[in-house]
Ligand binder design. Structure first.
Ligand SMILES: Nc1nc2c(ncn2[C@@H]2O[C@H](COP(=O)(O)OP(=O)(O)OP(=O)(O)O)[C@@H](O)[C@H]2O)c(=O)[nH]1
Length: 196
């Protein structure tokens, strides 16, 4: 098996959501004094030679990375992933949601190390596939678009239409209990702050 070259993977951070539950743009929201997206950026930056933020909000340009607007708007993260796939000029792409402040570089490297020649590589946590942290091959793009045109935009359904590899993470210490915690509401934010 060929070793995956990190140079051949682009990192994409999805930050184009409505944040309706939070009421304010989640990625920019301060968490322990730092914008939530900054935690994700800091873990991705040392790994990937290129990191791109997918968002319609130009305020994200202040982080110093390319910001690209959604090509398909108002379709949730599916539109963000499509935009990333369309933009990418690498075979593989690592997608991360901007509202996962507990992601680590070790976790990203674990997924890459355990990836094989699949179109999508994701983690499976307690029988739930986590679609917003993992690898998507550029060649998913045409079928991804077709699915969206058919109004299939639920990530959990979409990923099953591809060659998907899932990696179970139970009992893996890289994925501490809060790893998959994403921060959707003010209550999530308070709970996460109290746990630190
Ligand atoms: N680029 C892009 N990213 C999105 C879009 N919708 C959601 N995301 C991102 O996908 C991740 C998960 O989003 P959700 O929490 O499900 O949705 P949200 O719109 O951010 O928040 P809610 O309105 O509270 O559901 C977050 O990182 C969002 O920024 C979208 O339309 N475009």
């Amino acid at each position: 098996m060929m070793k995956t070259n990190l140079k051949d993977i682009t990192g994409y951070i999805l930050a184009g959501g409505k944040s309706s539950r939070m009421g304010t743009d989640k990625g920019l929201l301060l968490f322990e004094g730092k914008p939530m997206i900054q935690y994700v950026i800091e873990q991705m930056q040392p790994i990937f030679s290129k990191v791109v933020i997918v968002s319609n909000n130009p305020e994200y340009e202040k982080f110093g990375f390319e910001v690209i607007p959604d090509l398909i708007k108002d379709s949730g993260p599916a539109g963000g992933i499509y935009t990333a796939l369309n933009h990418s000029d690498t075979k593989l792409n690592f997608m991360v949601s901007c509202d996962m402040p507990f992601v680590t570089a070790a976790a990203i490297e674990f997924v890459i190390k355990n990836s094989e020649e699949s179109q999508i590589v994701l983690l499976e946590n307690k029988a739930r596939i986590e679609p917003l942290f993992g690898i998507y091959a550029k060649d998913c793009e045409p079928i991804w678009l077709e699915l969206m045109e058919q109004k299939v935009i639920k990530l959990q359904e979409m990923v099953l239409r591809f060659q998907l590899k899932t990696i179970p993470v139970e009992n893996n210490e890289i994925f501490a209990t809060s790893f998959f915690k994403n921060i959707n509401t003010k209550e999530d934010l308070n709970n996460a702050l109290n746990r630190i």
